[in-house]
Design a protein around this ligand. Structure first.
Ligand SMILES: Cc1cc2nc3c(=O)[nH]c(=O)nc-3n(C[C@H](O)[C@H](O)[C@H](O)COP(=O)(O)OP(=O)(O)OC[C@H]3O[C@@H](n4cnc5c(N)ncnc54)[C@H](O)[C@@H]3O)c2cc1C
Length: 361
């Protein structure tokens, strides 16, 4: 474990915003986790866990709570006796993209449409990462985690993780640091049936068709690239967190109205109907590339926020508020911001609370 003080967090996140971590420890060797525990005991605080920083907003004043950066690597594939299933146990700091490519190379289906999502495997159960018809809940077997509440390592089954749409027992909690994640994958040369129109179109197949694993992954990458949903070095829209807002839940009446407008309305594995937040942002009249707050603008490719220059967390929160308010005014639907906050940014917290209040009122 390597610990340092006063470390800028902005370069460790994809938004490139925010102040310093008072203390950061980087873990590369899983056997050294007891040193993290000793450090947290000394500091008297549960650490914040950082993976690839692709779903985090860091406050301008940084954070005083110790940060642990998970950089442990390794994926162990184990074939079941029946040949029906393969389990893969992955260190939390392993890069998700690497795991997806390894799975495809092993001829395993279950993760191929998650290609291109930045970040680490340890973060994937936190918000039940998903894209283009697959999500972690479909293939998660179990995780091991350090449970700071009881001071020991625990194993949680997929059921224990309470995975929901972009949420889990881990979201908004500092109780657990995920150490390993075990997935159950199926040997197959073919992908799961392609459910997303744009991906099916890129492949030239009808929706519902399974295709060779590598073809599915290439098509997803092409669709992601066209929307600026890939971190391409040198791309002007590179500083982002993917979708800033969750796809909001809509009722049957709203779904009927939106479907009549050809809006991307989907019923998700949790049985709930949602519409894409980017569709609502476009419908509220925002143009691509439009400046929203100092250093924050709409991406030039997709209806999400990107940072440039000396962007601040305060400006990001202000831009997100402008967008959420405009969408609410034009559609009556309140958007909820997705990225987690490190440190204190009152305007961003207010935005999250407002969204919560509108869903519970
Ligand atoms: C271009 C782009 C595209 C994206 N596309 C998608 C998408 O299609 N689908 C999707 O779901 N997400 C998407 N995201 C969001 C993001 O990539 C995912 O949420 C990803 O899983 C975050 O991983 P990370 O390692 O960067 O986590 P971080 O951003 O470092 O952390 C995110 C949260 O997880 C917690 N965390 C991280 N590691 C651990 C751990 N080991 N133990 C406990 N808590 C932990 C952090 O404390 C934080 O609360 C996208 C982001 C970008 C920039």
């Amino acid at each position: 474990m390597h610990a340092r003080v006063h470390v800028p967090l902005a370069p460790l996140t994809t938004l490139g915003i925010g102040g310093d971590a008072a203390l950061i420890a980087e873990l590369t060797d899983p056997a050294e986790f007891p040193e993290v525990v000793a450090l947290a005991d000394r500091e008297g605080a549960r650490p914040l866990v950082l993976g690839g920083g692709s779903n985090i907003l860091v406050a301008d004043a940084g954070c005083t709570v110790p940060v642990v950066r998970m950089a442990t690597k390794g994926a162990k594939f184990e074939h079941g006796d029946d040949g029906e299933q393969v389990t893969v146990t992955v260190q939390a700091g392993h890069v998700l993209q690497d795991l997806v490519e390894q799975s495809i190379a092993h001829g395993l289906t279950g993760l191929e449409t998650l290609i291109g999502i930045p970040g680490t495997v340890g973060a994937t159960p936190v918000q039940n990462v998903g894209a283009y018809g697959q999500e972690v809940a479909d293939v998660l077997d179990r995780v091991t985690a350090w449970d700071w509440a009881v001071g020991r390592e625990v194993t949680l089954s997929a059921e224990d993780c309470l995975l929901g749409h972009r949420t889990s027992i881990f979201k908004h909690s500092t109780r657990w640091t995920l150490l390993t994640v075990t997935f159950r994958l199926r040997p197959s040369k073919l992908s799961t049936p392609i459910r997303y129109g744009m991906v099916a179109e890129a492949l030239g197949v009808p929706k519902g068709t399974p295709v060779p694993l590598a073809d599915a992954a290439s098509a997803v990458l092409a669709v992601r690239r066209s929307k600026g949903m890939l971190l391409d070095a040198g791309d002007a829209d590179n500083r982002n967190v993917g979708s800033v807002f969750l796809s909001p839940v809509i009722d049957a009446k709203q779904a009927e109205k939106l479907l009549a407008e050809q809006a991307p309305v989907h019923t998700f594995p949790d049985g709930v109907t949602r519409v894409s937040a980017s569709y609502l942002i476009k419908a509220a009249g925002f143009g691509l590339g439009r400046p929203l707050a100092p250093g924050i603008r709409m991406s030039g490719k997709h209806f999400t926020l990107v940072a440039e220059g000396e962007a601040t967390a305060r400006a990001f929160a202000e831009a997100a508020r402008v967008v959420a308010d405009a969408v609410q005014k034009s559609t009556g639907i309140r958007l909820t911001p997705e990225p987690d906050l490190f440190g204190d940014e009152p305007a961003y917290l207010r935005l999250k609370q407002k969204a919560l209040a509108s869903t519970t009122s």
